[in-house]
Each structure stands twice: as structure tokens, then as C-alpha cells.
Design a protein around this ligand. Structure first.
Ligand SMILES: C[S@@+](CC[C@H](N)C(=O)[O-])C[C@H]1O[C@@H](n2cnc3c(N)ncnc32)[C@H](O)[C@@H]1O
Length: 218
């Protein structure tokens, strides 16, 4: 049985029971294998842009008939080789926020009220939130966890075709700023510390700090 690390378990916990899932950038396919073994999903597509990662996935999936019957491996740049009706929940974990938002932008079919996005940016979470808010999604949940020295965030969103009323301060701070758990506060404080460091560097270089001040104080 697959045992997920804390970060991937946090993502797996947001996949809805009984829904088809695609895991983009799957590498070893640990997440789809866990979802199948625990009867959370009836089927999964484990997708990756690289043949090497898909070989890793094949090793895991071929360890049991259940996994090989229910997980399809697919070479795909982002969501380009995935059809809308092949999935309900879309997981993109372990990539930078800029790449995640580019992958979503290239697949307009994700704007569908029946689908759920489970996104785990390793950096630039603000780009993910900006994409979501500007494209009619509602961020329904954010969670943080710590594994070893690292602190991670997950962003869960669903399409509502809703007008964006958020601003840059929200894109940087997200819902996680309101979560009082120690992992969430650790994540939030570390993002705030980076912004303050950036503001001080700009100030020392004699540059305009108005925009970054608005984010810090917003
Ligand atoms: C750091 S691993 C993350 C693996 C797993 N999702 C996790 O979170 O542990 C990133 C994976 O994303 C894949 N990847 C990078 N860009 C991609 C893209 N545009 N489309 C699909 N997969 C991509 C890489 O090949 C690699 O296997």
C-alpha cells in the first residue's frame, strides 16, 4: 500500500470521493495510486510531460492488477492531452505557481462548475490565486503543512463564473492568512518576511515601494 508524505496526503484529502482524477506532473504516480488503493477514485490518469517520470509511474502502477486496471499513464504537456470528460478533479502538485497558472490557462475547459482544482504550488502562489480569481474561480480552501524543514500550501478551487473582487494583497496572502493553525501561520509569516525583505531592498535602491507597501499592509 502506498503511504503518501504529508504534502501529497494534504492534496489527496481534497479529492472528492467517487470522482475521476487526473494528476498532472505525476512523476511516481504515488497520488493516483493512493487514491485508487483507498477507493477514493474509480479511475485516474497519471500524466507527465517526461518519459522518465512516466517510467517511474509505470513501476508503481504495475505492482498490482487493481492499479494497472484503473490508472492510465499518459504523456502530456500540462492538460493538453486530457479531454474534459475524462476527469472531475484535477491535481497539479509540486510545480511552481507560474507553470501551474500557464497549464490552466492553456486548458480553458477547466472552467467548469463540476470540476475541482487541487493545486500545490511550490512557489509563486500569488500567480495561482491571480489566475483563479481573474478567471471566475472561487478559492474554497487553503491549507498548509510542514514536512521536515519545508512548509507547503495547497489551494482548492471551483469554477463559479464569478466576478473577481480580489486584489494583489489577497493574491499574495490568500485565505491562508486567516487560518490560525501553526502550519498556516508559519507559511503566512514566511511569505510576509519575503515581501518585507523585498520592500527593504527596493527602498535601499531608491525605488518606488508604494505597490509592495499596499500588499504588505492590505
Ligand atoms: C517535482 S515533480 C512533482 C511530482 C508530484 N506531483 C509531487 O508533487 O510529488 C514535478 C513533475 O512535473 C512534471 N512536469 C513539469 N512540467 C510539466 C508539464 N508542463 N506538464 C506535465 N508535467 C510536467 C515533471 O516531469 C515532474 O515529473
Amino acid at each position: 500500500m502506498i503511504k503518501l508524505d504529508t504534502r501529497l496526503k494534504m492534496a489527496a484529502d481534497e479529492v472528492r470521493q467517487g470522482k475521476k482524477v487526473v494528476d498532472i506532473g505525476t512523476d511516481h504516480a504515488y497520488l493516483p495510486a493512493y487514491l485508487i488503493e483507498n477507493n477514493i477514485c474509480p479511475s485516474a490518469i497519471a500524466a507527465d510531460i517526461g518519459k522518465g517520470p512516466l517510467e517511474n509511474a509505470k513501476k508503481v502502477v504495475s505492482t498490482s492488477k487493481e492499479l494497472s486496471d484503473r490508472i492510465e499513464l499518459r504523456l502530456s504537456d500540462g492538460l493538453k492531452e486530457i479531454e474534459s470528460d475524462e476527469t472531475d478533479d484535477i491535481v497539479i502538485a509540486g510545480m511552481g505557481g507560474i507553470l501551474i497558472s500557464e497549464i490552466l490557462t492553456a486548458a480553458p475547459w477547466v472552467k467548469d462548475e463540476t470540476k475541482r482544482l487541487i493545486l500545490q504550488p511550490m512557489s509563486h502562489a500569488e500567480d495561482v490565486r491571480r489566475y483563479l480569481c481573474e478567471n471566475g474561480f472561487e478559492i474554497i480552501k487553503e491549507k498548509a503543512c510542514t514536512d521536515g524543514k519545508h512548509n507547503y500550501i495547497i489551494i482548492v478551487a471551483e469554477f463559479r463564473n464569478k466576478i473577481n473582487d480580489k486584489n494583489e494583497a489577497f493574491y499574495y496572502k490568500g485565505l491562508i492568512q486567516y487560518d490560525k493553525s501553526s502550519d498556516a501561520q508559519k507559511y503566512h509569516q514566511s511569505r510576509m518576511a519575503s515581501l518585507i525583505k523585498k520592500r527593504d531592498a527596493l527602498k535601499n535602491a531608491g525605488q518606488d515601494v508604494n505597490d509592495i507597501e499596499k500588499i504588505i499592509n492590505g
